[in-house]
Design a protein around this ligand. Structure first.
Ligand code: NAD
Length: 255
């Protein structure tokens, strides 16, 4: 049976953005949350009654994953693993992307979720869940972003492979594919663009709902996928994109 009562939840990339919102949502609702990031995640707002261990760990290294696994071991079981951390710094087209940037992107965004899940599977009871944070860019490609597109496309199908292979362990695996979410990173990119107002509208207009999503709105879907409410859901890729991928044009506007 799926677990009831407070869950033990592991969130990677929890220092900011969507990962932070996920960690906060679980903490607010009284669950125990282990937050991990390259940078020490801040104390979670909203308090909650659960434990909230925070660790520094680079999930692209064996040492970082071991550190995370050790902290998870102290919590006991792991009911929900949220593979959220990502490297988004290797921009460039298929012709331009550096071999190093390509390797780092795949290592953090694709290989780490695989290896971390393997590392934690021994702590995951029947009814546990993995939630991978993919992207609309794992479903369709964006120009000049070959490495990121490829890593998220890989993560989408890794989610399906994990769903099949972990089903015998009683572990469900799903992913969200967010559209543009108003995280610190996205807001910084807008602010530092040539025409911030226009750039913001461009982001908004990618979505049928004509706005960006909030980190909280992404977190709420992660929460659902990790919960017993989703007990017959595995191998699904859930767009959290305000209708972006419902259209073959970008929200009614030819691209
Ligand atoms: P972000 O860059 O703001 O936060 C990512 C966090 O992951 C950072 O705190 C970073 O330090 C951490 N991280 C990076 N590499 C790590 C590593 N090797 N080990 C541990 N931690 C590491 O990102 P975000 O915008 O909040 O995105 C979170 C997730 O959502 C990512 O998987 C991203 O690809 C996905 N996503 C974001 C958007 C968006 O619009 N923001 C859209 C679609 C998908």
């Amino acid at each position: 049976a799926p677990p009831s009562g407070p869950l033990n939840v592991v969130v990677t990339g929890a220092a900011r953005g969507i990962g932070r919102a996920v960690a906060e949502l679980y903490a607010e609702r009284g669950h125990h949350v282990l937050s991990a990031d390259l940078n020490l995640p801040p104390v979670l707002a909203g308090g909650g009654r659960g434990k909230q261990p925070r660790i520094k760990a680079d999930i692209s290294t064996a040492a970082g994953r071991t550190r995370l696994a050790r902290a998870a071991h102290e919590l006991g079981q792991v009911h929900v693993l949220v593979n959220n951390a990502a490297y988004q710094g290797a921009h460039g087209s298929v012709l331009e992307v550096s071999e190093r940037g390509w390797a780092r992107t795949l290592s953090v965004n694709l290989t780490a979720p695989l290896l971390l899940t393997r590392e934690l599977i021994g702590l995951m009871p029947h009814g546990a869940a993995v939630v991978n944070v993919a992207s609309v860019q794992g479903l369709f490609a964006e120009q000049n972003n070959a490495a990121y597109n490829s890593s998220k496309g890989g993560l989408v199908n890794l989610t399906r492979a994990m769903a099949l292979d972990l089903a015998p362990h009683g572990v469900r695996v799903n992913a969200i594919a967010p559209g543009a979410i108003s995280t610190e990173g996205v807001l910084e990119a807008i602010a530092s663009s040539e025409d911030p107002e226009q750039t913001r509208r461009d982001y908004e207009d990618l979505h049928a709902l004509r706005r960006m999503g909030t980190p909280r709105e992404a977190a709420q879907v992660v929460y659902f996928l990790g919960s017993a409410e989703a007990s017959f859901l595995t191998g699904a890729i859930v767009p959290v994109d305000g209708g972006m991928t419902a259209s073959f044009m970008m929200a009614g506007r030819p691209v």
